[in-house]
Design a protein around this ligand. Structure first.
Ligand code: ATP
Ligand code: MG
Length: 467
């Protein structure tokens, strides 16, 4: 135990002296004139980070998804930097630098400017873990990942060839170790190394394959696709929080519908990730209504993300689970529960069923509950209710959600229009709108368009009293 601990500490010691086992050969150097990278799309802060590191005598490159996106002519959403400086050495060079992560130690360098702060993620070149001993679980899954290495080794442990290119902003040169540029031209997504082994090391790579294929429109290389059918079940062993992060990235990629279809084609959706994906991908006649709601919600999310707008994860999960919630809500009412308690019980049931797959984080859960519980209040346009509802902090999310329900015909579109007018009206206009619905029969708060009056319950004998 103690020797293991000491070994681990020694491995984590700053070691700019790299392991020599660079079995990947020299990279292809792609000069400025042969790649399509437009320096205007670079983050000034990422360039500052590489320059500072280079000035201090280290190697530093923009790496990974940012280089892939730049080569595709897309503006990257974030920038990662790879260097041969250790995290501690990086930290010393920047004022706002924080060491984070245990399994994968990196440095976050934060820049404050106009708008949102920008975080540049700086990671130290890491080695391959072929003889990693206690770094690898029995299934082959990598547990810890802090063994520093050469740039060649760092490239070899990345996932896809198009994600393993290094760009030096000062020379405008790309270093390409695994033929990423050629794969880009062939529009192919190819796993580096033996795909089955790489999926065993980290099953999340299967989800990443589907996400990047959807995002780039590239085809998965045959050898990269084939093992997924057999190894998909390994996703069961991945910690729930990590799975959640990756699914969230997939849903927020701007290509969520294509990605979900990709999961289905790869056979990755069943029960594994979310019971909710089973619903979404169920083509049966009975699921048509639910599907059209979710499809619309996802198309709406994709459109927002592609046009640079933000989307809240709570909102997104609220839409994905809504068909299930609606079914439970109606079911509870049919069993005789009053409308609001029926809704609250349905929320508990829906979230509990969901948690048998991937656990949705608490902060999103409370957003979802708020959006859902607001839905029963949109139809209640009497007294002070609408005036109070409009003041609630999550009103906008609840309202957008309600408009989606109108768009699929689940809710009378006139109600959506009424609220749109109500938001825009002045106080006089709002009072007029209230008056216009005073005697409307559908002005209730149930998931069915009109609430049937329940017959008073016949006096049932208390449980266990029957003879
Ligand atoms: P995105 O546009 O979604 O940020 P990305 O490629 O930048 O895509 P990240 O999750 O930010 O994805 O990871 C950055 C880089 O780290 C990847 O491009 C890849 O080189 C490497 N990487 C990330 N996750 C893995 C993994 N599970 N296995 C191997 N390499 C990985
Ligand atoms: Mg990234």
């Amino acid at each position: 135990m103690i020797t293991k601990f000491i070994k681990r500490i020694l491995r984590r010691d700053p070691m700019v002296k790299h392991t020599q086992a660079n079995n990947t050969g020299a990279p292809k150097r792609i000069p400025k004139k042969s790649h399509r990278i437009d320096p205007h799309l670079l983050s000034k802060n990422a360039v500052k980070v590489t320059h500072t590191l280079q000035q201090a005598g280290y190697e530093a490159f923009i790496v990974g998804g940012a280089v892939r996106d730049l080569a595709l002519g897309i503006s990257p959403k974030d920038f990662d930097v790879a260097t041969n400086a250790t995290p501690e050495q990086v930290q010393k060079l920047f004022r706002k630098a924080r060491l984070i992560g245990r399994r994968f130690q990196i440095v976050h360098v934060t820049f404050f400017g106009k708008g949102h702060p920008e975080i540049i993620e700086v990671s130290t070149f890491r080695a391959l873990l072929d003889n990693a001993g206690d770094h690898v679980a029995e299934s082959g899954r990598i547990l810890r990942d802090n063994v520093w290495g050469s740039q060649g080794e760092d490239a070899a442990r990345r996932d896809f060839t198009i994600n393993a290119m290094y760009y030096d902003p000062s020379s405008e040169t790309v270093l390409d170790y695994h033929g990423g540029m050629a794969d880009m031209e062939k529009k192919t997504l190819r796993m580096i190394g033996d795909p089955a082994k790489r999926y065993r090391e980290d099953p999340v790579r299967m989800l990443r394959a589907i996400r990047f294929a959807a995002k780039t429109g590239f085809n998965l290389d045959d050898a990269t696709r084939t093992p997924i059918a057999k190894l998909g079940k390994l996703l069961n062993d991945v910690p729930s929080a990590r799975l959640f992060d990756e699914i969230l990235k997939l849903l927020m990629s701007g290509y969520s519908w294509a990605a979900i279809q990709g999961l289905k084609d790869a056979g990755l959706h069943h029960g594994l990730l979310l019971p909710l994906l089973d619903h979404i991908l169920d083509d049966s006649e009975a699921s048509k209504g639910a599907n059209s709601f979710v499809k619309l919600a996802l198309a709406n999310t994709d459109q927002r993300i592609q046009s640079g707008k933000s989307v809240s994860a709570g909102f997104l999960f609220a839409t994905l689970l809504w068909p299930d919630l609606l079914k439970n809500w109606k079911g509870n009412i049919a069993k005789g529960a009053a409308n609001i308690p029926a809704l609250h019980d349905a929320m508990d049931d829906t979230i509990a069923t969901q948690s048998s797959g991937m656990t949705i984080q608490r902060r999103f859960e409370s957003d979802m509950r708020e959006i859902w519980s607001m839905q029963s209040r949109f139809e209640r346009r009497v007294g002070r209710y609408p005036y109070c509802l409009i003041e609630s902090p999550r009103f906008r999310a609840g309202y957008d959600f309600m408009l989606l329900r109108c768009a699929t015909g689940e809710l009378n579109p006139a109600i959506g229009q009424w609220w749109t007018d109500f938001i825009e009206a002045d106080t006089v206009g709002q009072d007029e709108l209230m008056a216009s619905v005073k005697n409307e029969s559908g002005n209730s708060a149930s998931p069915t368009k009109r609430r049937r009056r329940r017959k008073p319950k016949a006096a049932l004998p208390p449980e266990g009293a029957a003879s």
